[in-house]
Structures are given as structure tokens and as C-alpha cells.
Design a protein around this ligand. Structure first.
Ligand SMILES: Cc1cc2nc3c(=O)[nH]c(=O)nc-3n(C[C@H](O)[C@H](O)[C@H](O)COP(=O)(O)OP(=O)(O)OC[C@H]3O[C@@H](n4cnc5c(N)ncnc54)[C@H](O)[C@@H]3O)c2cc1C
Length: 470
């Protein structure tokens, strides 16, 4: 893409009367990266809270064929907000003024820059719950969560972002403002554009408002922690629990490498010599929860857990879950480059996927750490490496491709929650087939014929390969 001309920048300044138009190199550099891989400098960054201004801006971009990159807090792990073709970044984190809880309709009405954790807190104050809980919820925006259809530990029982969105306000690539869905739980008027926009990774429009469904907060919860000498046994225990009539709220795995990393970072009492630890949270009525915790305890023992603990106090429970949250920051202290994948397999294939990951780790001699939302098959194989070591990065590229192949072969998917972005685009056809991918491209072309909205994402460019070694 040609850089924006001074004339175009002046027109942008004319449109953005109430916000900011950032053009200095240092400002633009702050918007050149996300939490994944690669650095791309945009021509201009725009911050405005005014929806009409934004719509005018998108109309202008569509006329002038300028790429538009919506961006929340840039915690994407797949390259979602990266301005890979230059153009303009729209910083939606500034649009954070609206957070209204309606207890009668059981909905939250939010602007896109609101942090997800703030929605959790606001709902909980009223005895309600907004279930989607990505581990990044204290730093990521609801707009980013909607665009990525994010999930979290509670996805196992409660589902992901799309299950809680009933209405949206969206700026289309032509600069029109449309509303989809509404405040009713039931709505079958026409095509479900709400669900189409959720998970579209900013390629179909800019979300400027959302109506989210809330549920009553469960009155009680219990945590069970089970330690295993074999990762595959941990996988078997998970499958057995999930087929025993119990549906935990959360079920998270830490493998040995993650526990060692956490203990070396902030000692939390994790067993460094065990191959796996699973953390399970049960929620609901206090009596049912206690009964289910006992059943989970028994199943883990029967499968051969070395130790099963039930934290008794609130502090002990918090300590257990804090250790899980520490994995991400802990592993990057081992080596500086982290490639976070989220290939997901059907629940029955969790033990087999654990076995395949161990094989891939050995075959390519890589530092592979496995943790995450294992209960819904959403393993998080993270490879830690040093991007200055080209030879190691070439092995990592091959290992990533093989992880995707294994997941798809087992009936799974490239991504359970982090999205496709740039990182996984080369593998789309492997999962969808040529005709499936073509159908998605036709939807994109119908919405955005000039391809201005987040270009370079989801759909592979001809011959595009995953390259981490350059
Ligand atoms: C430590 C860590 C833990 C994480 N844990 C999880 C997890 O448990 N589950 C999970 O699902 N993800 C997780 N993530 C990934 C990431 O936090 C999510 O994808 C999150 O939804 C991104 O939100 P964001 O505000 O940072 O959006 P960004 O990264 O800025 O953008 C993400 C995508 O959304 C688009 N976008 C942003 N705002 C809008 C808007 N208003 N309208 C249209 N498009 C928009 C962007 O173009 C981009 O494609 C984690 C990331 C980190 C770093």
C-alpha cells in the first residue's frame, strides 16, 4: 500500500474534530505490535469517542481505499490488530464510557473499550454474572473479546462470548451505522448478523456498542486440585469426569514445564516433579457443589492421581487459581519469545492430543509448555523460544504446523478462542477445505468489496506460509 498523502491526513484531521489524530513515529510505533509476533507501522492512529466521526472516517477510507485496523488493547495472540498493510489504526480502547447493567432485562450495555473485568465487577455488584472470562479480562476490551469470540476457563460450562451477545451497533465498511439483534433473548428476525460479526476479527466492521446477556451469579463454588505423575492419565481423568454427569465450571491444566516455570518465578507450592496438575472449579447450589467435589475427588484417585487436594479457605482457593494465572508471565522468563497456540480437539481426544504434543516436543526438540482450558479440549500448547536463533525458529515453524495437523486430524480446530489473524491464515484451507474457505471469502467480499476492513487477516494471501524465522 502507498503511504497516506498529506492531503489525505488533512482530510482525516477535518473529520476527527473531537478526538486525536496521531502521526508522529513514536506514537505510531506504539500501535505497531500486539501480543503475538511481528511489527507493522501504521500511517496514522485515530482516537475518538464519537461514533458519527468514526462512521465518516470509514466512509472516507472506503472512498480512498485506505486500510482500517480496529484495535482494542492489542492483547491478541494471533496478530488480529496488526496493521500489516499500513493505513489507519482506530484505537477503540478510548471508547469506554458506557457500562450500564439493567437488572430487569438481565443485560449489560457497553461501549467497546470497556475492560471485560469491569463488566464482571459491575454485574457481580448486582448479584449477576457475565460468564465469558478470558484470562486477559483485566487488560482486554469487550470489543476485542467480541471480535475474537473470546473464551476462558468458564467456557467449559457457560460457553464463550458469542453465547452472551444479543445485540450490536456496528459501523459497516461503507460507513453506515447498523444495529443487529436487540435486548430480547429471543430474536429470529432475518439472518443472525450479530453472530456473524462476533468472531469476524474486525474484518466486517467496527463494533461501537454491545448488549450482553447476564445470568444470576451461582451462590457457591468449590475447587479441587489433582496432581498426576502422567500427563496422559490427567487427560484420562478429565475425560472420565466429563462423562460422569458432572459439568465443572472450569477445568484447567498445568503441565510439568508450566509448574517448574511458575515455581521459579513466584513459588506457589506446585509439585515440580509431577507431570500434570488439574484445577477444577464446581459451582452452583452449595449442597450440589459439595457432592460433585467429592465425586471429582474419587474419580481422580481412581485414575491414579498422586494427590488430590480440596482447598478449604477462600485464600487457599485464590492461591490455587493465581498459580494458573502466573503461567503466562512465568514461561516468558525461560526464553523471550512465546508462540501461543490454542488448537482445540473434541473432549474424547484430549488424551490422544496430549500424547501427540509430547511426540512433537521430542521430534523438534522444542520447549513446549501445555496448559489451559483443557476441559473443553482447548489446550494451550505454548512454544517458548528465542527469535534471534533462526535455526530454533525453523524447528518451531514445523512444530506449529504439526500441532495444527494433529488437531484437525483428531476432528478439532486451529483455534478455540485466539482467532486466526495472520498467524493461522496459511492453515485455513486445511480445516475448512477449499469450498468452505471460498464461501467465507464471498461473505467478506459482499460486506467489504474494497477490502478495507482489517485486510491481511483470516484469509491467506497466495502462497502465504507461517514464517517465524525472519
Ligand atoms: C496473557 C494473555 C492471556 C490471554 N488469555 C486469553 C483467554 O483465556 N481466552 C481468550 O479467548 N483469549 C485470551 N487472550 C487473547 C486476547 O486477550 C483476546 O483475543 C482479547 O479478546 C483481545 O482483546 P483486545 O482488547 O486486546 O483486542 P485487540 O488485540 O486489540 O484486537 C483483537 C481483534 O479484535 C479486533 N477489534 C478490536 N476491537 C474491535 C471493535 N470494537 N470492533 C471490531 N473489531 C475490533 C481487532 O481488529 C483484532 O482483530 C490472552 C492474551 C494474553 C496476552
Amino acid at each position: 500500500m502507498k503511504p497516506l498523502t498529506e492531503k489525505q491526513l488533512n482530510e482525516i484531521r477535518q473529520i476527527v474534530q473531537t478526538g486525536r489524530v496521531l502521526t508522529s513515529e513514536s506514537d505510531r510505533f506504539s500501535y505497531a505490535y500486539d501480543a503475538s509476533f511481528g511489527t507493522y507501522l501504521p500511517d496514522v492512529v485515530i482516537q475518538t469517542k464519537d461514533v458519527q466521526e468514526l462512521a465518516e472516517l470509514v466512509k472516507f477510507a472506503n472512498r480512498e481505499l485506505i486500510p482500517v485496523y480496529p484495535r482494542g488493547q492489542s492483547t491478541s495472540l494471533s496478530g488480529g490488530p496488526l496493521p500489516v498493510k499500513g493505513g489507519m489504526v482506530i484505537d477503540l480502547s478510548v471508547m469506554n464510557d458506557l457500562l450500564e447493567i439493567d437488572e430487569e432485562d438481565l443485560v449489560a450495555i457497553v461501549s467497546p473499550g470497556v475492560l471485560t473485568a469491569d463488566i464482571h465487577k459491575a454485574a457481580e455488584k448486582k448479584g449477576l454474572m457475565y460468564p465469558p472470562d478470558p484470562s486477559s479480562s483485566h487488560v482486554s476490551t469487550i470489543g476485542g473479546n467480541l471480535a475474537e469470540n473470546s473464551g476462558g476457563p468458564r467456557g467449559l460450562k457457560y460457553g464463550v462470548t458469542k453465547d452472551y451477545v444479543i445485540g450490536l451497533e456496528v459501523i459497516t465498511p461503507q460507513g453506515e451505522i447498523i444495529r443487529t439483534g436487540g435486548r430480547t433473548v429471543k430474536n429470529v428476525t432475518g439472518y443472525d448478523l450479530t453472530k456473524l460479526i462476533v468472531g469476524s476479527e474486525g474484518t466486517l466492521g467496527i463494533i461501537t456498542k454491545a448488549i450482553l446477556r447476564l445470568i444470576p451469579k451461582p451462590p457457591a463454588s468449590e475447587t479441587v486440585m489433582a496432581i498426576f505423575d502422567s500427563l496422559v492419565d490427567a487427560g484420562r481423568a478429565i475425560s472420565r469426569i466429563l462423562t460422569s454427569g458432572i459439568l465443572p465450571a472450569k477445568m484447567e491444566l498445568l503441565d510439568q514445564a508450566s509448574m517448574v516455570a511458575v515455581e521459579n518465578y513466584q513459588p506457589s507450592g506446585l509439585p515440580k516433579d509431577a507431570e500434570a496438575l488439574i484445577l477444577i472449579e464446581l459451582d452452583g447450589h452449595p449442597i450440589a457443589v459439595r457432592d460433585e467435589a467429592e465425586q471429582v475427588f474419587r474419580v481422580c484417585r481412581e485414575i491414579g492421581a498422586r494427590e488430590v487436594r480440596v482447598p478449604q479457605t477462600k485464600e487457599e482457593k485464590e492461591q490455587a487459581w493465581k498459580a494458573r494465572k502466573l503461567v503466562s508471565p512465568a514461561i516468558v522468563r525461560v526464553k523471550p519469545t512465546k508462540i501461543s497456540e490454542d488448537a482445540t480437539v473434541p473432549r474424547s481426544k484430549i488424551p490422544e492430543m496430549c500424547r501427540r504434543l509430547q511426540e512433537i516436543k521430542k521430534k523438534y526438540n522444542i520447549d513446549l509448555v501445555v496448559f489451559g482450558h483443557i476441559g473443553d479440549g482447548n489446550l494451550h500448547p505454548n512454544i517458548i523460544a528465542d527469535k534471534s536463533d533462526k535455526e530454533e525458529m525453523r524447528r518451531v515453524e514445523k512444530a506449529v504446523a504439526e500441532i495444527f495437523e494433529a488437531a484437525v486430524e483428531l476432528g478439532g480446530t486451529l483455534s478455540g478462542e485466539h482467532g486466526i489473524g495472520v498467524m493461522k491464515a496459511p492453515f485455513m484451507e486445511m480445516e475448512l477445505g477449499a469450498a468452505g474457505l471460498e464461501m467465507m471469502k464471498r461473505i467478506k467480499q459482499a460486506w467489504d468489496p474494497n477490502n478495507i476492513m482489517n485486510p491481511g487477516k483470516i484469509f491467506p494471501e497466495p502462497g502465504q506460509k507461517l514464517v517465524l524465522s525472519e
